[in-house]
Design a protein around this ligand. Structure first.
Ligand SMILES: [Zn+2]
Length: 103
């Protein structure tokens, strides 16, 4: 069924992946990632406290909280990316809603 993709970003998926993100954030692995204090996006050095966990493919788009989908990001980059993604995501959602309702 091609509605798999639609379900990939369901509330259930988001809830599950956000819970996994919390676990991952508490892991030794994540501490190693933020250890050097480098933002994945701008490459600048920050205090560990300033770095947040950023999903390369956002959870709302079906991305998972896996080691190859999360990177340390400074707050400025995360906010910038978040704002951009919201715009893209709204366009994306409108398209899928249109596609599913016009069938
Ligand atoms: Zn940055």
């Amino acid at each position: 069924m091609n509605d798999f993709f639609y379900h990939a970003a369901s509330d259930e998926h988001k809830r599950k992946e956000r819970a996994k993100a919390r676990e991952l954030r508490a892991s030794q692995w994540w501490r190693q990632q933020i250890g050097p204090g480098i933002c994945h996006h701008c490459g600048e050095k920050f205090d560990k406290k300033e770095l947040t966990m950023d999903h390369l493919t956002p959870v709302a788009r079906g991305g998972g909280s896996t080691k190859n989908n999360v990177v340390p990001s400074c707050k400025a980059c995360n906010t910038k990316r978040g704002a951009k993604m919201d715009v893209e995501l709204n366009g994306y959602l409108e398209t899928s809603v249109r596609n599913t309702t016009t069938q």
